[in-house]
Design a protein around this ligand. Structure first.
Ligand SMILES: *[C@@H]1O[C@H](CO)[C@@H](O)[C@H](O)[C@H]1NC(C)=O
Ligand SMILES: *[C@@H]1O[C@H](CO)[C@@H](O)[C@H](O)[C@H]1NC(C)=O
Length: 250
């Protein structure tokens, strides 16, 4: 897999081949749309905290025991930053803390926000999976095409601006491209997924956090938090990078 990677990046057609060893089927736990709620500890076992000098600055999602997906604008630093796994309260020791080995980005055209705001982070050693740490499933093409407002979605994060130490999540409803473009204009492309502004993550400040959606049993990783309104504007949708163009579920 590792040696395939540069070729996959240069093709930009396939960011990563994901193994089938992904997350547990979650219970029928309801996540309500609206306000942020503190998550049960380790309920989202793929959620990681990216840290520089011991400080949380972005979230990410474990998609494999060596790989984490996050936002490119998080600017993760290889050989410096840490990926903290199996953590609920940032004030307590995590199950695992692993140095970032390397960071891979898709080619950019220099626009801001970046048009493909995704980074793939390789861990210096494999994560040890246990009940608190595991990888999230990614959807196949069929599921991605089916994604609409009938799915239940959620995002989780620690929230830089809110400075909470414990992981929180919020239920989200998706809006279509037309509705999203009415608020954001041409910044929104087919490579984005937008959620309804009510219960918006835009105030959480947790870039790189996963967008998880499910229709039936399990949650799948569909997107990564990229941008929203800085002013926490309650009528602007939150915007996620759509990962399906770059992940091949094989
Ligand atoms: C969110 O919190 C506010 C203030 O605490 C409350 O009035 C409102 O009903 C809550 N909304 C939901 C959907 O729970
Ligand atoms: C997008 O969503 C809006 C609001 O729900 C709806 O009126 C519109 O028909 C939808 N557009 C498409 C192309 O599905």
């Amino acid at each position: 897999l590792v040696s395939l990677w540069p070729r996959l990046v240069s093709l930009a057609s396939c960011l990563f081949v994901v193994s089938s060893l992904c997350g547990p089927v979650l219970s029928l736990w309801p996540v309500s749309v609206g306000n942020m709620t503190e998550s049960c500890p380790f309920f989202w076992p793929w959620q990681v905290s990216l840290q520089a000098d011991g400080r949380h600055y972005c979230s990410g999602a474990l998609i494999h025991n060596r790989w984490v997906l996050t936002a490119q604008h998080c600017k993760v630093r290889a050989k410096e930053d840490m990926v903290v796994l199996g953590v609920h309260d940032l004030g307590f020791s995590p199950s695992e803390s692993i140095l970032v080995d390397e960071v891979f980005n898709l080619p950019q055209d220099g626009s801001y926000p970046p048009n493909t705001d995704l980074s793939l982070v390789r861990l210096s050693v494999p994560a040890r999976f246990n009940s608190d740490v595991s990888a999230v499933c990614v959807p196949d093409e069929e599921e991605d095409e089916d994604l609409d407002s009938s799915w239940s979605c959620v995002t989780a994060g620690w929230g830089v601006s809110r400075a909470t130490d414990r992981l929180h999540h919020v239920g989200l409803t998706l809006v279509n491209q037309t509705t999203c473009r009415e608020k954001w204009g041409g910044l929104v492309t087919d490579s984005h997924i937008c959620s309804h502004p009510a219960g918006s993550i835009s105030c959480m400040g947790d870039s790189g956090a996963p967008l998880l959606c499910r229709k039936r049993g399990s949650y799948f990783l569909f997107g990564v938090v990229t941008w929203g309104s800085r002013r926490c504007d309650a009528d602007k949708p939150a915007v996620f990078s759509r990962i399906s163009d770059y992940l091949c579920n094989q």
